[in-house]
Design a protein around this ligand. Structure first.
Ligand SMILES: [Zn+2]
Length: 150
């Protein structure tokens, strides 16, 4: 599986964004490098629409990105990124017309099994030929996390 941070272009408008210094370790999940921000770093809170087409499901929502830049790059190894593996995730599967095929919340277990349930659910969804791609959102706040393709 391929995990893609920020699938649509990120447009930063500082007049519509909020700059937040990070005061609590691992508190803000950066959607660009898929690592949580550390104390001393800064995050920009801005509105972002991850869809690459239009449908009734498209909607901009809040995300964090390191500001001004990330000091590391996300490299996909095909497995669930750690940032999503340890949080409750809303899994939203879409067809090629950007219509939702299935939506479900997955809470992955701890004790070395972080991400296991999410990986299993994604594999199951991609067995369905109607599913074109999946968006993961953080289940609590509902913010977009990452796009997943086969
Ligand atoms: Zn980052």
């Amino acid at each position: 599986m391929k995990f893609t941070p920020l699938p649509a272009p990120l447009e930063i408008d500082l007049s519509k964004s909020v700059l937040k210094p990070v005061t609590e370790e691992w508190s803000g999940p950066c959607r660009r490098c898929l690592t949580d921000a550390r104390t001393g770093e800064s995050l920009l809170l801005l509105s972002y629409n991850p869809f690459l087409g239009s449908s009734p499901y498209t909607s901009p929502g809040p995300i964090f990105v390191h500001y001004p830049e990330c000091d590391r790059a996300y490299i996909c190894d095909g497995s669930v990124p750690e940032q999503q593996a340890r949080r409750p995730i809303s899994v939203r599967a879409y067809d090629s017309d950007h219509m939702m095929v299935e939506g479900v919340v997955v809470v992955s277990g701890g004790g070395g099994r972080a991400g296991f349930e999410l990986q299993k659910k994604l594999e199951e969804l991609f067995e369905d030929s109607k599913v074109d791609y999946v968006h993961l959102h953080y289940a609590g706040a509902g913010c977009f996390a990452v796009r997943v393709d086969r």
